[in-house]
Design a protein around this ligand. Structure first.
Ligand SMILES: [Zn+2]
Length: 508
């Protein structure tokens, strides 16, 4: 059985003094979390245990019982009368943070070792990356385990909170959507968002798990794959649905990139101006908090809209698999502050769209995968030779990254470059599953920069045999004869009978 989890977010209606209780409760919780984080740092060995064993070990260390009257680091030193489930919530929160911190630290150490093992070239700096630091301040939301809450109905709940002077039961009204069908409730937590308290409850549903991707692709020819190309331009996502055999069924463009980029640019520009007027920024203090929040909210909102639309489209088209490409690394850009900040956020948004789409798809029983991003936008989806990429009104030659149109001079495929890329992404997944021994699909071209020269060379042996070498030879001759190339153009979905289907797989 598979599980789908999501969060039920309900805003709360409460008396004003309750807000103070909630704040006091959270402050206490974070003191306890910080205490346990210190405990774990002093006894790193507990991280080798499972969460359950670690919980017992940490309780032994800190909690006095009849059998264990003098614990090594008593929790009572910082707070008396902590309810058991409150303490356990704090221990789990501290364990989570500690595991993440030590994992980061271990990764940093490996990177440092690797860098130091390499012979240093002259003039090249040694390893300068700083190690991760443990959290300096804590702002965790308080989970309410069983025993810390009661009498939950569709519109209210009673919570046990620390008021600042004692433990007390507080009744609050919950607003917002009801629990969706077939979902079960987990432990709620109290979350403060912009001075308003919310109740977040993880909800879970179990369903029979979908077959693995490889199984779906190799055993069922009717399997439909929705491939998505995420972009930094106007079309944030371009989705195509194709069958395992390669029939293209539908395409969907999701726009809005320019609008969100313009919004970000405006606000980042304001932040830059404010900063230049105020001068030095205090350390550890967020400046322009409102503007940053606006940007953050807009980014998140768009990522939710786009991911929801992707999943909806895939669902309408009967796809059971979503496939994206791996994101690669962020390439730092030069230019103004607002420009750099904007492209960075556009890049992050791609990651968000992927993450959101992944869980949204899973909740509907669809599996998400990723493929190697190498040259997905440089090869032709139909014959896999190099494409020419250009913008309307530009000469049809070379490869201009980010332009919307593409033309394959081998098979005369012509169309939208992002759509072409999404088709390649889908094909890559299919090929990977059909050839399980080859982990990484081979990129059709070694060096993407040499577009003009290597056209034709990228043809496979098989392709050459079928078509004869004359074609690629002839191509070298009329590199500049774009006029001829444009005549007799074929659009992506049409396939001339001269081109055999096996050419549609990426080249060896
Ligand atoms: Zn082609």
């Amino acid at each position: 059985m598979a599980k789908a989890t999501t969060t039920l977010r309900q805003s709360l209606n409460y008396q004003s003094q309750h807000a103070q209780y909630f704040a006091a409760n959270q402050a206490l919780f974070n003191r306890v979390v910080a205490f346990y984080f210190d405990c774990i740092q002093a006894h790193e060995g507990v991280l080798d245990l499972t969460n359950k064993e670690a919980l017992t070990a940490l309780e032994m260390l800190t909690h006095a019982t009849e059998k264990n009257p003098f614990p090594a680091m008593p929790l009572s030193a910082i707070a008396e009368q902590i309810p058991a489930y409150f303490r356990r919530g704090a221990i789990n929160a501290a364990l989570g943070s500690a595991r993440s911190f030590y994992a980061q630290l271990a990764k940093w150490r490996t990177r440092r070792e690797k860098a130091e093992a390499k012979p240093t070239r002259k003039g090249k700096k040694k390893f300068t990356e700083r190690p991760p630091v443990p959290p300096r301040s804590w702002n965790k939301s308080v989970p309410f385990y069983a025993g810390q809450w009661k009498e939950r109905t569709g519109s209210s709940i009673v919570l046990k909170v620390w008021t600042g002077s004692c433990w007390s039961w507080v009744k609050v009204r919950t607003l917002g959507r009801d629990v969706p069908e077939k979902f079960e409730l987990g432990s709620p937590s109290l979350v403060c968002k912009e001075k308003q308290w919310w109740l977040h409850t993880p909800i879970e549903k179990t369903f029979s798990s979908p077959a693995k991707i490889a199984e779906q692709i190799t055993t069922n020819a009717d399997t439909r794959i929705c491939a998505i190309d995420l972009n930094l331009g106007e079309h944030l996502a371009v989705c195509t649905v194709q069958t395992v055999e390669g029939t293209i069924l539908a395409t969907h463009f999701i726009g809005g990139g320019r609008e969100i980029a313009g919004f970000r640019k405006k606000h980042l520009g304001r932040i830059a101006r404010n900063r230049s007027q105020t001068g030095i920024i205090a350390q550890n203090e967020q400046d322009n908090a409102d503007l940053w929040r606006k940007i953050r909210n807009a980014d998140e909102h768009i990522a939710h809209l786009v991911s929801a639309r992707i999943v909806q489209f895939a669902c309408e088209q009967g796809a059971s698999i979503l496939v994206f490409e791996h994101l690669g690394n962020l390439k730092p850009e030069k230019g103004k502050y607002s420009h750099r900040g904007n492209s960075k956020r556009a890049f992050w948004m791609k990651g968000r769209i992927f993450n959101f789409a992944k869980y949204k798809a899973w909740n509907l029983g669809m599996i998400t995968s990723r493929v190697n991003p190498r040259n997905t936008s440089r090869a032709c989806a139909r014959c896999h030779s190099l494409i020419v990429r250009y913008a309307q009104g530009q000469p049809v030659e070379g490869y201009t990254p980010g332009t919307p149109l593409c033309l394959c001079q081998q098979c005369q495929m012509r169309g939208n470059a992002d759509r072409n890329a999404s088709l390649i992404i889908g094909q890559r997944l299919i090929v990977r599953c059909q050839e399980p021994f080859k982990e990484k699909p081979h990129a059709p071209v070694r060096r993407a920069g040499r577009v003009e020269k290597s056209t034709g060379v990228a043809l496979s042996q098989e392709a050459k045999r079928k078509k004869g070498p004359s074609l690629s030879d002839a191509r070298h001759g009329d590199d500049n004869a774009h006029g001829t190339a444009q005549e007799g153009t074929l659009w992506m979905d049409e396939r001339p009978s001269a081109i055999p289907t096996q050419l549609r797989l990426p080249l060896e």
